[in-house]
Design a binder for this molecule. Structure first.
Ligand code: IPM
Ligand code: MG
Length: 357
């Protein structure tokens, strides 16, 4: 039996509801006799913990997570705690401390979900965006001088390192190679930004030589937005900087019909540390406790977690079950259905139990 130790951090808002739902479907998969089991430990960190203790997690939080195989994360954010506290107090220290430099964001149109592009449905849009997750525009490099004076200056300096770019590029080429179309689009802005972005282009061309079986092209980020809308079928795997991919992944979510079902994986490809899997949607406190949170993103990121742990069959089964349930119209109100979190979860559990493959 392959055993994996999972740290569950449901945290804020609808996080606890969708993580509980996700753990139920993961349990249903475990009982299918696929040869693995998950040993889940819960951590009550987040905004409630902050209100009681003045910090989002204990000082030795990262140390306590180190020995786990993966982290299953809900959401952070609360109406009465500033965003920079919740974000920099829990999620970002985990991403950065564990050098989870590859942020992987799959997008596709799930059956039964209405997507906004005319004539584009399930099968026409199946992308994975690889976001550089450790440097670039999010490096925190910069400062402000002469605060409040007319001559105040603020800088926000992007940092691109050869090591950082080469490793994300290699990750993206490898991922592209593992997908049927073997197609990668490298996004930069090397016409206007002539240092870091030109280095991205150069490193892309160098790394591409290691992957002669991957077809790749380059796009400027502005032109990329139009290509995503006008020629969605022409794209497959996409790699971009931290900020560019942040923006493109929201567009991708909208084009697939809902950001509410989108998952994300924060991966340390070298496996020195646990990787972290989470829904993109955030804490959504307006619907907390109503029982209508969409659990699909947490199921989908659960599948990403299984894939990363080396259980691709279980991951594929989970995704198939989710697609089946969506196709049958069992969906929460945010994607046009009338089902509750409970009903969607039960339907996915039933689909997993009923599958005869
Ligand atoms: C995301 C989010 C975050 C980001 C915010 C909450 C800082 O937009 O995960 O895409 O920009 O990284
Ligand atoms: Mg974002």
């Amino acid at each position: 039996m392959r055993r994996y130790r999972i740290a569950a951090i449901p945290a804020d808002g609808i996080g606890p509801e969708v993580i509980a739902a996700g753990l139920e479907v993961l349990e249903a998969l475990e009982t299918r006799g696929l040869g693995f089991s998950l040993d889940v430990t819960h951590f009550d960190w987040g905004s409630d913990y902050y209100r009681a203790n003045g910090r989002m997690m204990p000082e030795d939080g990262p140390e306590r997570l180190k020995g786990f195989d993966a982290i299953y994360f809900g959401a952070v954010g609360a109406p009465d705690v500033p965003d920079h506290v919740t974000l920099w107090g829990l999620r970002l220290p985990i991403c950065q401390g564990f050098d989870q430099y590859a942020n992987v964001r799959p997008t596709k149109i799930l059956p039964g979900i209405r997507a906004p592009l005319a004539g584009i449905g399930p099968g026409d849009l199946d992308w994975v965006i690889v976001r550089e997750n450790s440097e670039g525009e999010y490096s925190g490099n910069g400062g402000r001088v002469h605060r409040g004076l007319p001559e105040e200056v603020a800088t926000e300096v992007s940092v691109f390192t050869r090591v950082g770019v080469a490793r994300i590029m290699r990750y993206a080429f490898r991922l592209a190679r593992s997908r049927p179309r073997r197609l990668l689009t490298v996004v930069t802005k090397s016409n206007a930004q002539r240092h870091g972005m030109v280095m991205w282009d150069e490193i892309a061309a160098e790394v591409a030589r290691e992957f002669p079986d991957v077809t790749w092209d380059k796009m400027l980020v502005d032109a990329m937005t139009t290509r995503m809308v006008l020629k969605p079928r022409s794209l497959d795997t996409i790699v971009a900087t931290n900020l560019h991919a942040d923006i493109l992944s929201d567009l991708a979510g909208a084009l697939a019909g809902s950001l509410g079902v989108a998952p994300t994986a924060n991966i340390d490809p070298e496996r020195r540390y646990p990787s972290m899997f989470e829904p993109i949607h955030g804490s959504a406190f307006d619907i907390v406790g109503k029982g209508i949170a969409n659990p699909v993103a947490s199921f989908w990121t659960g599948a990403q977690m299984l894939e990363h742990l080396g259980e691709p069959d279980a991951a594929a089964r989970l995704l198939r079950a989710v697609e089946q349930v969506c196709a049958a119209g069992v969906m929460t109100p945010d994607v046009g259905g009338s089902a509750t979190t409970r009903e969607v979860t039960d339907a996915v559990v039933d689909a997993i139990r009923g599958a005869n493959d």
